[in-house]
Ligand binder design. Structure first.
Ligand SMILES: Cc1cc2nc3c(=O)[nH]c(=O)nc-3n(C[C@H](O)[C@H](O)[C@H](O)COP(=O)(O)OP(=O)(O)OC[C@H]3O[C@@H](n4cnc5c(N)ncnc54)[C@H](O)[C@@H]3O)c2cc1C
Length: 325
């Protein structure tokens, strides 16, 4: 990408902050990732849409980032316009039992708003870091609940047809998947239908879920949540524990002692360290348990960034010997 003309055009649009060669490690919970050629942090929804329209019209590669809690960014970075939702897309409107919220809002803030409004249904989400947008893409879930249970519709920017509202059934939520992964869609806001509830009971459930999380996951160390999806009916964490991988280390990336499906950055870990560890885990689980683990964290880097296909390409290119993706 021809960085300077792109950055200078984006600056002339007056949509918000525009940086070049921005280290993405500053924007990911793993604290890993090389630079984005151009990084834009629009001020509001109009700015996000204008940037998206322009990069589409110019056929520029682009990528949207929320809080970066579910991505592994390549050490060489991303030659694309990376668009952040961290300042824009935070508006909320409560008309019980419905909440409308911008996709840049932190999921925890959304949960607290529901609690204060006496609306139940989001208790499962209190301990999930990241934005509402990221949670929609992944159909994020925990403690037996997931986004599919509360989403009524999503306002999307569609690269083909522009801004439009999509009913939840068209988003095709599945376990840690949605149509966002395969469509040129960006979530701008979502309408959630909750249920009237007792604020004290909602708060108690949230507190319980937070406490459970603190005991069972390495929340104080840089990580990106569950590394592999649960290969139903199995649990990835249990399989990884069975092969004795807790404590395995490659460079500064290590399998957490607290939860085997978490890889933590012990200091200066690189994406290469994490990939090497993931490959070792994956190969050993396959050899000993006959199960092929698929990544839950999304790969952002050379290749197509994001789609599972990119992972498959990575595994095959590096010849890990598994016949299944
Ligand atoms: C300690 C820890 C615990 C976690 N626990 C859980 C858990 O229990 N359950 C769970 O499901 N996840 C969990 N996660 C993973 C992560 O928090 C969720 O997937 C979260 O929803 C990601 O949101 P984000 O804003 O950080 O997304 P990012 O990491 O910024 O992005 C993730 C993907 O979504 C895309 N994206 C982001 N915003 C938008 C948007 N507005 N429109 C379109 N695409 C978008 C990005 O391009 C990227 O492909 C955990 C992570 C950590 C670090």
């Amino acid at each position: 990408m021809d960085v300077e003309p792109v950055a200078s055009h984006l600056r002339s649009m007056n949509v918000g902050q525009v940086k070049t060669a921005e280290p993405l490690g500053r924007h990911t919970s793993f604290r890993i990732g090389g630079p984005a050629s151009v990084f834009v942090d629009p001020d509001d929804l109009d700015g996000v849409v204008r940037v998206l329209d322009w990069v589409r019209d110019e056929s520029l590669p682009y990528f949207i980032i929320g809080q970066g809690t579910n991505i592994l960014v390549s050490d060489v970075g991303v030659d694309a316009v990376v668009i952040s939702t961290s300042r824009a897309l935070k508006e909320t409107e409560v008309s019980p039992p419905v909440i409308r919220a911008g996709s840049g809002l932190l999921l925890t803030k959304l949960c607290r708003l529901a609690e204060r409004s006496g609306l139940a249904g989001l208790e499962f989400a209190i301990s999930i870091p990241g934005t509402l947008g990221g949670a929609l893409v992944m159909n994020a879930g925990a403690h037996g609940g997931s986004m599919v249970e509360v989403v009524e519709s999503v306002l999307v920017w569609d690269a083909i047809s522009g801004v439009r509202r999509v009913p939840a059934e068209d988003v095709q939520f599945q376990y840690r998947q949605s149509r966002f992964m395969h469509n040129p869609w960006i979530a701008l806001e979502a309408t959630l239908r909750l249920k009237p509830g007792n604020p004290d009971e909602i708060r108690d459930k949230m507190r319980h879920n937070m406490e459970y999380r603190k005991k069972s996951q390495p929340v104080g160390e840089p990580n990106a949540g569950s590394i592999f999806k649960n290969p139903q009916p199995h649990y990835a964490g249990r399989l990884i524990e069975e092969i004795g991988a807790k404590g395995w280390r490659e460079g500064d990336a290590a399998v957490s002692d607290l939860h085997a499906n978490f890889i933590v950055n012990c200091g200066q870990a690189t994406a290469h360290d994490v990939l090497t560890l993931m490959r070792r885990i994956r190969r050993t689980v396959y050899q000993r348990c006959g199960v092929v683990l698929k990544p839950e964290v999304r790969w952002i880097g050379p290749g197509e960034g994001g789609a599972d296909a990119t992972w498959e390409n990575l595994w095959y290119a590096e010849g890990d010997g598994l016949t299944e993706p």
